[in-house]
Design a protein around this ligand. Sequence first.
Ligand SMILES: CCCCCCCC/C=C\CCCCCCCCCC(=O)SCCNC(=O)CCNC(=O)[C@H](O)C(C)(C)COP(=O)(O)OP(=O)(O)OC[C@H]1O[C@@H](n2cnc3c(N)ncnc32)[C@H](O)[C@@H]1OP(=O)(O)O
Ligand SMILES: Cc1cc2nc3c(=O)[nH]c(=O)nc-3n(C[C@H](O)[C@H](O)[C@H](O)COP(=O)(O)OP(=O)(O)OC[C@H]3O[C@@H](n4cnc5c(N)ncnc54)[C@H](O)[C@@H]3O)c2cc1C
Length: 615
Amino acid sequence: MSAKVNDDLLTERRKCEFNVEELTNYLDGGAQATQNRRKLEDKVLSTKGLFDEVPEEYLSHKEKYENAVRKAVVYYKAMKEAEDPNQTEQERANATYRSLLHAAVFKDNSPFSLHLAMFIPAILGQADEEQKKYWMKRASKMEIIGTYAQTELGHGTFIRGLETTATYDPKTEEFVLHSPTLTAYKWWPGSLAHTANYCVVMAHLYINGKSCGIQPFIVQFRDEETHQPLPGIKLGEIGAKLGFNTVNNGFLGFDQHRIPRNRMLMKNAQVLKDGTFKRSPNSKLTYGTMVYVRVVIVNGMANQLARAVTIAVRYSAVRRQSELKPDAGEPQILDYVTQQHKLFIGIASSHAFTLTAKWLTRMYQKVTADLEKGNLDELPELHAIACCLKAVTTTDTSVLVERSRTSCGGHGYMLSSNLPQIYGLVTAACTYEGENTVLMLQTARSLVKALEQAQSGKRLSPTMSYLSEKVSSRLKWDNSIDGIVKGFRRVAYGKVESAMRSMRKYVRSGLGPEDAWNMSSVQLVAASEYTSISEADIRQLQDTYEDLLGKIRPNAVGLVDAFDFRDQILNSTLGAYDGRVYERLMEEALKSPLNAEPVNQSFHKYLKPFMQGKL
Ligand SMILES: CCCCCCCC/C=C\CCCCCCCCCC(=O)SCCNC(=O)CCNC(=O)[C@H](O)C(C)(C)COP(=O)(O)OP(=O)(O)OC[C@H]1O[C@@H](n2cnc3c(N)ncnc32)[C@H](O)[C@@H]1OP(=O)(O)O
Ligand SMILES: Cc1cc2nc3c(=O)[nH]c(=O)nc-3n(C[C@H](O)[C@H](O)[C@H](O)COP(=O)(O)OP(=O)(O)OC[C@H]3O[C@@H](n4cnc5c(N)ncnc54)[C@H](O)[C@@H]3O)c2cc1C
């Protein structure tokens, strides 16, 4: 018999003014997609051995990893078996697009993450047809487990500064991989330490002493039978982190390690047997995997944020605290307008990021199709947009997830709420796949170029077209959506123009272009991410805003119910559908090993002699 649902949550659900299932269907891309997703989740989550006997937080660092590998093999097998052979690729993608199934199994991500998130995409994007056929067969069947090894101990952002070398030996038709310094060691790749046995390595190619730029190589680093590191390979784990502690991030050093010529992924650039180098049509095509993952991250942020606000809004409907009016009893904390302000922006942002992710994915698919036909025209715009949206969505999601945590008081600080772990996951995305400041400056680079083109009368790409609108600075905008958008476009224009004016001022003062750029870089980042509107209009918008909060209030629980996260995926004492918060907090607390006995052995060993002055 299912447990009784909290009365306040029942009331909230009765108050809801819209059809929750309809919104769920919309988010999934239709009723059939919702059904497919639920069917997939039912199948996979009914698999034995997927969940923890002891809560992960009470395991040691090593036990956490070993337990995660145990679950990863069960999970991956269950996912494979759950695949419906009659489904189209698109239906399968839709079913997983919104599902955070892995989050029900791994609070801190899977040791297989990089195999799926980057190793396979790197093969698909960087291998020639023959290589793709061979490696995809092995990788998709998990005969091998891979990762993506680009970052080094000494370099992450500056890819052109990577020190790992790949020197071509025409006599043996091999590449010699070498880490000339400690800072050249690959450092950070997920799964690298003890899980994977292959990786795509980004290394500096040299032929006859000449630099041929950074190229991708597929490298085996562990024996497939014994899992021992191969000769000339130094491996290890980089240590405990804020989160991602079951992703097994590692380090790898090469000592004159030889690989066959056909291990350089040769879709874009090629090395012939005699050492002839055939250059890529655009050296940045090598960076294509990063663009793909940035696109995927935007959708990942939408889902993670939806999960956090679901937990916080349901808890805020159950938690009663303080006194809003004398003798009126303790209100639901969701009735405080400050609580609505903290949480409703998170609901809206998750929807905004979902729609943005869909738009960006379509743009990525179009540009990738064009690249296949040799048309690189829209690659720069895709790069700039993907940088901006990855940076903005990960920054905003980190802020909003942390705000969801602090809006739940002390219970939000419990690991059993799962809000700290979700924060650990999303805040990592502010750094990986390109640190956010660095990416915003990439976008700024494109904005400055676009404004210069606009000022010389050239046509701009659709996403930059606001820079060519001669919008009057005396524009008065109203509270309509169109008015607000016009206002934002006007201010965004002003930010770019101001940054450019600043750079020109520095150049006139005698600074070189690079120093002028650096001196203006705070403004350049603001131009890429930040648009604010002038003081007078904030008051006008504020009234509209507070009025909107009131309109959302009766529907808040319905809006998060529509995300349709089952309890196992929320994995939270505060966010379960039935709202039995206090019973769950106690149930989880009693699982602490410290509660196995009333007096801990440290009393007799340390406390008692200490308090009796005998230590
Ligand atoms: C699956 C993902 C996650 C989902 C998230 C949900 C939550 C988590 C749940 C599950 C996920 C688990 C999996 C977790 C995955 C973690 C993966 C992390 C992996 C990594 O971090 S891999 C390493 C990533 N590293 C980087 O991104 C490095 C960043 N640095 C750069 O990109 C470049 O170095 C630079 C662009 C910043 C600077 O390089 P530089 O050569 O100096 O370039 P510039 O001179 O500035 O520009 C030159 C020229 O090139 C153009 N350009 C640069 N980059 C690109 C590109 N990628 N594509 C196209 N064009 C590019 C640039 O615009 C310039 O053009 P111009 O000269 O102006 O014409
Ligand atoms: C959880 C996690 C997982 C990861 N997984 C992988 C992986 O699987 N594979 C992989 O290859 N890498 C991985 N990384 C590494 C990640 O890609 C790098 O950390 C990231 O690219 C930043 O590089 P860095 O750490 O060397 O910082 P740096 O590049 O040293 O930058 C440090 C700081 O310097 C400033 N800075 C640097 N350059 C500029 C600039 N041009 N302009 C202005 N400011 C600048 C920024 O404030 C930046 O934060 C992972 C990282 C994390 C945190």
